[in-house]
Design a protein around this ligand. Sequence first.
Ligand code: GTP
Ligand code: MG
Length: 718
Amino acid sequence: MPLKVNYGVDYNDDYNVYEDDNYHYDDLYEYENEKRDITHQTKAKQEVIRTGAWRCPICTYDNEDSMSECDICGALRNCLVRISQTGDSTAGGGRCKSSGASVMVKSLFASFRHRAPAKSVAFEAKNDAVLIEDAFIIRRNFQEFLRAFSSQKHQNINIAPFKFDSPSPDDLVSTRLHSSKLDSKANFKRLSSLDMSTREREKNILIESELGTEGPNSSSASVARDGGVKERDFASDCGIKPEILVSRMRSVSLSSKSRTGNVNEETGTSNLEYKPEAWMIPDQAEDRLSQLNLAIVGHVDSGKSTLSGRLLHLLGRISQKEMHRHEKEAKQQGKGSFAYAWALDESAEERERGITMTVAVAFFNSRKYHVVLLDSPGHRDFVPNMISGATQADAAILVVDASMGSFEAGLDPIGGQTREHALLIRSFGVDQIIVVVNKMDVVEYSQERFEMVKQKLGTFLRSCGFKDSSVLWVPASSMENQNLVATPDERLFSWFHGPCLLDAIDSLQLPARDYSKPLLMPICDIIKSQSQGQVSTCGKLVTGAIRTGSKVLIMPSREVATIRSLERDSQACKIARSGDNVTVNLQGIENNHVTAGGVLCHPDFPVRVSNHLELKILVLDIKIPILSGSQLELHIHHAKEAATVVKILSLLDPKTGKVTKKSPRCILAKQNAVVEVVLQGSVCVEEYAESRALGRVSLRSSGRTVALGLVTQIMKTQ
Ligand code: GTP
Ligand code: MG
């Protein structure tokens, strides 16, 4: 049953312009039939067998014999020995199996190297309640972390592990590691429910007095952040009658913590209309390169980190000395080919396993841009980290491995990350993409192979909503330095006369920046300081601007802090505006009031917080239908929460957006639907009509992205 489809058209109104009437569902899923014929190329990653080592039963890392504590997770060797001597090394209830620590634990630990003992924790076994009194879970010294990253000119982004209703062994370990985070999360839930009831009251008062018709559950109430009247642009897509929306002033907290002066105490509303100050609008004459956030994405092992390392080295961001050190260390571990990747893959585990696990951030200047490079992990286990990094992207480089079998593996509908990453970045609103067909040396710079990759991947990218004219194709070899920053040699140049990668980056267009709206900066990562009341947050400003001395509201904790200093690429700067990726050093705030996944806002214009959302979703190629009660994992900017589908409201026609069926029993692959979800914890969120960056979600299950969506309504917290 051939159906015309365009992934993008259904979840992003931008996508309308990319509509391709000649494209059929069958084309999109043709790869599924091919996958059985594909022989996956064996990964040439060498492992070095280490002697004189002891294996940590918590994280399974092989430590040197001389180490008294685990280099990865910091667990003390002696106490672990004692545990195994008591014969309790198997997992029970809250304990990890000695050899069974999952990738999530390893991912978590990987970002917590160089720890110092901090506090003791107790692991309770389900049956015999074994208490491990001496076990220390150790937190890193964040000051040291900051220094280390400043000197390296890049930083790693990691996000908190996902939590389900019944805690897994991973959760129990991570709970101990992130206890302060969880405390604040509990606080956050309390505050957010308070906030939502206030909001709902406020909304009802306004709706009743101004319209007198709308019920509290109307799915059309949506108001511009700046308080202006807006017509909901996607209401008709959802099959809902378009309505003129109520002009609503943004609510301001009524909690005793609120330090906002402009609050109407009766309604809890702010009567402010946002007007940007002069300094918030960039001066055209300002002599500064614009910042371009560039995500490097693609299937595992396609060469993303090697490409990033090479570029940084060629552009002088990695010194000869540093490169020499990476080469030497990589060779010593029997992984000489990873020398460039090691410039980005810093943790012991990333190096040992030869894969990227957390997003590495690095910077370089092209002729036109100050580029923020976000090197994503390609392994499917780390897609949540990839999502966190790539939500900041203005454009992306999709790296594909040209070698036989590897390219095909990337397009495999089951585990192909070329496919999943391309869909995800498109759903984050990225519409410009450079496809680097890497490892051309392996296929002897074959034009035929390049054209084949271009044809197959081109078809898929079109189906994701990428316009042909917004996709640039660059054949390259990171290993042999071909076509990265200069014209390649004869092997490529004999048939390819397009731009090299650096020129392709310069040909990208900067997306429109929104300076006219109040500040919104989703917090990607936090760096806690040892100094009382100081915390650093990293992220990209979605809207608005900040400068040293500005006050910011930290959501969801609702605390106000002052900006002590700002850093761009480890250099101090005075002002950061929409689109800038910065480190914001805050003062006057306790560590536990700032969480990754939170948002920095203008004090008078807080972001909304809820755990109950109405979503318009596009379901991907799933095998198990989505039902009412389905448990999924919801990702929104840098936050993720367990989500339960509580209602399937309607199925939509993928072309027209009209309702085709009300209250269906389930949603199948490739269908569009409107659903209601309830999250385990509240998240900072905006309706898509108000903020695209804070109104886009992706839904995952069993390690796969199952649907992409937009927030169409923020509902009362459950
Ligand atoms: P993940 O981050 O784990 O997804 O991997 P990645 O995409 O960052 O790949 P990485 O840079 O770690 O490289 C994987 C392997 O491919 C390494 O052995 C590299 O040396 C090799 N590689 C990367 N680029 C090239 C290339 O242009 N040619 C050849 N022959 N090998 C390459
Ligand atoms: Mg990598």
